[in-house]
Ligand binder design. Sequence first.
Ligand SMILES: NC(=O)c1ccc[n+]([C@@H]2O[C@H](COP(=O)([O-])OP(=O)(O)OC[C@H]3O[C@@H](n4cnc5c(N)ncnc54)[C@H](O)[C@@H]3O)[C@@H](O)[C@H]2O)c1
Ligand SMILES: O=P(O)(O)OC[C@H](O)CO
Length: 339
Amino acid sequence: MSAAANKPAEIRRIAVIGGGAWGSALALTAARAGRDTVLWARDAETVAAVASGRGNPAYLPDVPFDARVAATTDLAEALDGADAALLVTPAQTTRAMGAAIAPLARSGLPVVLCAKGIERETGLLPAQVLAEAAPRCRAAILSGPSFAADVARGLPTAVTLAAEDGDMADALALALAGRQFRPYASTDPLGAQIGGALKNVLAIACGAVAGKGWGASALAALTARGFAELSRLGLTLGARPETLTGLSGLGDLVLTCSSAQSRNFAFGIALGEGRTVDELAATGKLAEGVHSAAVAVDLAARHEVEMPIAAAVADVLAGRLGVDDALERLMTRPLRRET
Ligand SMILES: NC(=O)c1ccc[n+]([C@@H]2O[C@H](COP(=O)([O-])OP(=O)(O)OC[C@H]3O[C@@H](n4cnc5c(N)ncnc54)[C@H](O)[C@@H]3O)[C@@H](O)[C@H]2O)c1
Ligand SMILES: O=P(O)(O)OC[C@H](O)CO
């Protein structure tokens, strides 16, 4: 067989599974890139609004859709004829959504995992979960500094698009690229997933520092030490250094640890201002770091990797530690060489 015959076919039709903020922004991105795009959402009101061209008022208010996106509540219809799917529901739903996609997807369908998190019950990353739930699909990862509202408005950014198969990563990057959205293909999906999952946990810590008013120096110091933790775990698990310092690692960490537009950072701010975890959970707003903190700490412990900031976040979220005590604990750790 020639090398050309092994190349993935051109991606013309894209199914975006998940009608929240990021799913809608990515559907718009795919449509702007000229792909025939269909959005699946479980809620009929969202589908009606998107299909009529009104956009997604529930999740992306005040963002007009400037390209045509079809929409459906029928998963089989969304996947029918799709050359690739983007799975954009919360990380803890990857297994159930993978299982729903599995019998409807053609063999070898590229499924781009866009959630940033770790499965709570198993400690598995999204691609590992998909491999169990939909073994005939091929996983790719889209991650990097990208607020849904910014991307939907057409503000520029760059992201990582990673898959074990470099040709598939290239084809997916090409399918989504536009003047305002620049994917960099990568063959390190593990590294891309580690960065995306951990930056959410670390952003809660940084938000708490901001909410407490502990100053810009503390915020920068915590972000840098957070990056040290992310890198330690990533390198131990086999991520590549250039991925960890790239868009899906350092790039996304810097964004999420510095902007109140981040739901994880905003969650941390509210904690620092004295709101309780239960109060914040009751708002129903998705902050993925809340769901991944404890399991990230367990994963690190299994690999004998120290993650004191993530551990402090997990303890605060579990009600075992206050934010002031978390600072005290971090600041009074034995002094050490910087690594
Ligand atoms: N919003 C962003 O700026 C952004 C950017 C990059 C990555 N992400 C990641 O994308 C993922 C989704 O985030 P979002 O911002 O779109 O969240 P969101 O809260 O805006 O939307 C979540 C969507 O998932 C659906 N959903 C929830 N539970 C479901 C279930 N059990 N089955 C099927 N559908 C379900 C909801 O109905 C909703 O349509 C997260 O992992 C997040 O970290 C978000
Ligand atoms: O709002 P957050 O904290 O989920 O962050 C959104 C994106 O992941 C930023 O890249």
